[in-house]
Design a protein around this ligand. Structure first.
Ligand SMILES: *[C@@H]1O[C@H](CO)[C@@H](O)[C@H](O)[C@H]1NC(C)=O
Ligand SMILES: *[C@@H]1O[C@H](CO)[C@@H](O)[C@H](O)[C@H]1NC(C)=O
Ligand SMILES: *[C@@H]1O[C@H](CO)[C@@H](O)[C@H](O)[C@H]1NC(C)=O
Ligand SMILES: *[C@@H]1O[C@H](CO)[C@@H](O)[C@H](O)[C@H]1NC(C)=O
Ligand SMILES: CC(=O)N[C@H]1CO[C@H](CO)[C@@H](O)[C@@H]1O
Length: 310
């Protein structure tokens, strides 16, 4: 009887026996998300797991009725009908949600894994950035509604401001999220929220940078944020946009040339997709708080390099 040793190497199982050496193709295993939260969170989970799957030679596996498939129809992930594979996968985790964790990114690829994590760091997917941009294209239905809203806003504005020709117009998307972050428990945990001073400073940054600028201001769906916007996001160069649905709002923001964001993953993704100059609120987490520990020392695992913190 020959002894058989199995060694797992990069992408190959090598079977060694006393009489022969056989190399058989590696059978890829599945990497599954554990979807948590709404659009911005889902996008972090998808993008990061796509990057992690690439790195570990696994197959990113989702289900054909997962929410994210109703927003983006060009996802490269394997889409299954049968949930059995992901339900029975071994679970894996992360240490903190807003920093890059080597152990969360390195998975022994010999069995199916379900990643029970938020994975909110661009470092999980920076090596596959182009592939993520290709996949995060809004489906046709969202895209056509979004293009119409954008066009109506720009045409409406330029026809009233004939001194601001459409060709030279720089469009800046603003996303305001405050209300739910002002929750007592969140404040106790260390959440901080962008105030009017931050908004004014950010808007003025673009007003002095560009001659012709138009701000398209969105908020979360929380009524207090809508009221706050009426009061604090103002100017003859500001259009307070009708808040419609997360995917259409994000689509319009993604078409803007530049971004001003406050807190949360929704604004983060809108800015990432727009890929212009981005101003972000840097005091998101109170020093010394529990929430501050969710981030890396200098916050740069979370905020994209090149983004400007105010
Ligand atoms: C899903 O797959 C599992 C394992 O392969 C199988 O036992 C089960 O019958 C399948 N379920 C359906 C609904 O096809
Ligand atoms: C353009 O001007 C009209 C008339 O004053 C006004 O009703 C409309 O809201 C303005 N549109 C924009 C986008 O400013
Ligand atoms: C700014 O954004 C608008 C709307 O998406 C686009 O039509 C225009 O080409 C962009 N301008 C620049 C300078 O990129
Ligand atoms: C936290 O402390 C650093 C210096 O250690 C300071 O630069 C920063 O503004 C503080 N952040 C907040 C949110 O107070
Ligand atoms: C988030 C971000 O800003 N990403 C990219 C924007 O586009 C340039 C090149 O066009 C990339 O180098 C950035 O990484």
């Amino acid at each position: 009887m020959s002894t058989v040793v199995t060694i797992c190497t990069l992408g190959l199982y090598v079977f060694l026996s006393s009489t022969q050496t056989r190399i058989v193709p590696h059978i890829k295993v599945h990497l599954c998300p554990d979807w948590t939260g709404r659009l911005g969170n889902l996008m972090f989970q998808y993008a990061s797991l796509f990057g992690i799957a690439k790195r570990n030679d696994m197959v990113l596996t989702i289900h054909e009725d997962d929410e994210i498939t109703s927003v983006f129809d060009n996802l490269f992930a394997l889409k299954l009908k049968n949930k059995s594979i992901c339900e029975h996968a071994q679970t894996w985790g992360e240490m903190e949600p807003c920093l890059y964790d080597m152990l969360a990114a390195t998975i022994p690829s010999n069995r199916n894994v379900k990643h029970m994590s938020l994975l909110q760091s661009w470092k999980y997917f920076s090596h596959v950035e182009q592939a993520i941009r290709e996949q995060f294209r809004f489906n046709h239905k969202i895209e056509s509604k979004c293009q119409k809203m954008l066009k109506d806003a720009i045409i409406g504005f330029t026809s009233n401001h004939t001194d601001k020709p459409v060709e030279n117009l720089q469009v800046v998307g603003i996303h305001i999220r405050r209300g739910d972050y002002l929750d007592k428990d969140k404040i106790a945990y260390g959440y901080q929220t962008a105030d009017e001073e931050y908004i004014t400073k950010s808007i003025n940054y673009f007003r002095s940078k560009f001659k012709h600028v138009l701000f398209l201001a969105y908020t979360s769906y929380y009524w207090k944020d809508l009221l706050w916007r009426e009061k604090h996001v103002v100017g003859s160069d500001v259009i307070r946009m009708r808040v419609t649905s997360p995917e259409i709002d994000m689509c319009v923001l993604s078409k803007c040339n530049h971004s001003i964001i406050t807190v949360g993953s929704f604004g983060w993704w809108a800015a990432w997709l727009a890929n212009g100059t981005t101003i972000y609120y840097k005091n998101v987490a109170k020093n010394g708080s529990e929430y501050r520990n969710d981030f890396s020392e200098d916050l740069t695992d979370y905020f994209y390099p090149g983004w400007i913190g105010f």
